[in-house]
Design a protein around this ligand. Structure first.
Ligand code: TRP
Length: 346
């Protein structure tokens, strides 16, 4: 690539019930990247509708994610926060990528297989093509770095393959347009480290999920202090005391999960936490975790609620972010059209 800004792009789907897993696994990392990169954080409403969403809920959930971004510490005056559908270049580039990506590539996507299950025939075409839209999200800004959880790694690899195939398929035209080393960069995954896979409070082998029928399985970002305390107290554990070293957590998924949540919320390693709590019973550790979770999540939830009540502000942030995002994506998409051979009005 020719010299390029180091640009971060990532997105969260507005499908409701934001929980601790979304915060520790994604949003908290987004916050940390603001000092080192130019960041674009998207609320991916077009991804959300790959499965049916109630329109009113979709709007509400879009504002919820936006409020979470801001309450967690993403600064809308320094970085870009917007909802995907306000920038038409995502859909435009996704169409081109539908024509670059191969059926065989998409057939390998494990998330589609998991989500569609036996019901593939009845899934939306959008759910199947979703990884192409995700590639378009990233590459419409020629973003270089993408913070994602483990479950999105395969989609990011697909985005790299699409970028490369586009660069190859159109290499002559890309050179003619004045780009010496290909048009799209290879976006790098920033795979999120320790404690980013937050597991269910009821089953340490399952991911914390908004779709788990039991609300006790997760800490929602909008839970109040009392609810947080109740859920942590009811969280599944085992009868043993905490070990003094991380290796002692092997084969103890529930204990490992609670310790890693504590570590992530307090910005320590699990080793640090076990240094302090090794040898202690859950009757000691759980109240400490409640205090920490209430201290960290309480103010954030309250701020989210305050922001969600201020629709004018939230919608204003999204509108301004959308405008800034379009200003970056438009000239890139203009070049893509020229490279592909589409005739455009001057
Ligand atoms: N697919 C991602 C998820 O479900 C969300 C997403 C959409 C995304 N577009 C993206 C993440 C682009 C990173 C970059 O979590």
């Amino acid at each position: 690539m020719t010299e390029q800004t180091q640009r971060v792009f990532s997105g969260v789907q507005p499908t409701g019930n934001l929980h601790l897993g979304n915060y520790l696994g994604a949003i908290k990392r987004f916050v940390e990247m603001q000092d080192s990169y130019e960041c674009i954080y998207c609320v991916v409403d077009m991804h959300a509708i790959t499965v049916w969403q109630d329109p009113q809920e979709l709007s509400r959930n879009t504002r919820e994610v936006t409020a979470a971004y801001i309450a967690a510490g993403i600064k809308p005056d320094e970085h870009i926060i917007f909802n995907q559908s306000q920038v038409p270049q995502h859909a435009e580039l996704a169409w081109i990528f539908n024509c670059v990506a191969r059926m065989g590539w998409l057939n390998r996507m494990t998330q589609f297989k998991d989500k569609a299950g036996k019901n593939a025939e009845n899934s939306s075409v959008g759910l199947y093509a979703y990884p192409n839209l995700m590639a378009a999200d990233i590459l419409a800004y020629r973003a270089t770095h993408v913070p994602v959880g483990e479950d999105q790694k395969q989609h990011l690899e697909l985005a790299r393959d699409i970028a490369q195939k586009f660069n190859n398929d159109f290499s002559k035209s890309i050179k003619q347009a004045g780009f010496k080393d290909g048009f799209f960069p290879q976006p790098e995954p920033l795979i999120l480290g320790e404690a980013t896979r937050v597991m269910s409070l009821k089953d340490g082998s399952k991911k914390m999920s908004k779709s788990d029928p039991s609300d006790l399985s997760r800490l929602n970002l909008l839970d109040d202090a009392e609810t947080i305390a109740r859920k942590v107290k009811k969280a599944r554990t085992d009868p043993d005391a905490l070990p003094s070293e991380p290796k002692g957590l092997d084969g103890r998924p529930e204990a490992a999960n609670l310790v890693s949540i504590y570590a992530a919320l307090s910005d320590q390693t699990t080793a640090d936490v076990l240094n302090e709590y090794g040898g202690q019973q859950f009757s000691v550790f759980k109240p400490a975790l409640v205090d920490l979770a209430v201290e960290k999540l309480g103010p954030m939830g309250a701020e989210m609620k305050r922001l969600m009540d201020d629709k004018t502000y939230i919608d204003g942030v999204l509108a301004k972010g959308g405008e800034q995002a379009r200003a970056i994506a438009e000239p890139i998409m203009d070049n893509v059209k020229r490279i592909v051979g589409f005739i455009r009005a001057k």
